[in-house]
Design a protein around this ligand. Sequence first.
Ligand code: BGC
Length: 264
Amino acid sequence: MLRGQKALVTGANSGIGLATAIALGRAGADVVVNYVSDRDAAEDVVRRIEGFGVRALAYEADVSDEAQVTGMFARMLEEFGTIDILVANAGLQRDAPATEMTLAQWQKVIDVNLTGQFLCAREAAKEFLRRGVVPGVSRSAGKIVCMSSVHQVIPWSGHLNYASSKGGVLMLMETLAQELGPSGIRVNAVAPGAIRTPINRAAWETPEAERDLLKLIPYRRVGDPEDIASAVTVLASDLMDYVVGTTLFVDGGMTLFPGFATGG
Ligand code: BGC
């Protein structure tokens, strides 16, 4: 589905990023596996991707650091020649009640989740504009998939920094899609609900926690990283070539106001 395309996935050493990097490799793309910590895990992802007969490269960079991001893109272009798909996935949580949230907690989450997506999207877009459409590779001059969250629309007490960052990702994605669409570049977002990854371990780790969590999910299943990875793969492919500026919610129905199933 993505044969001959070059992809970069940020935060690809664990969770949703890891599953997405592997899914893109399985679909035929060469993949840069970005990570900021745990080199061994990133190298393991590279080996798994190489098992599909495509190329992969692990690259350490903090997406909120401009010089590290430009360095990563320079290396990718040197190594793979170009980029066709950016999955701006790297993200984190630093939870605290609003009145106790430190500026450092606020800033870290905005820096990684929002500024990191801006920096990576800017560098990817420059290369998409330089290269343009390559017939036989993709109908599009380039694809950006922003990893958002159901919390781009669902307010989330105790997670002010995180919800604000994802609300920002929505406008980042839509504004970029509007601005870059005329150049043949597609920008979209995937908004996961509760997915079984390290970021929310406390929410599914015990049977009691999982039971509470399932009340928020009409489909009554906690998502797997592969649920998100397949959505990203299809969205980045030409099967979705006319999809521009859209958020694809992959959340088991979490955004359907499940509290109203009986109330209201
Ligand atoms: C958060 C998770 C949370 C999920 C649903 C995600 O964006 O990172 O911690 O479980 O949203 O609330």
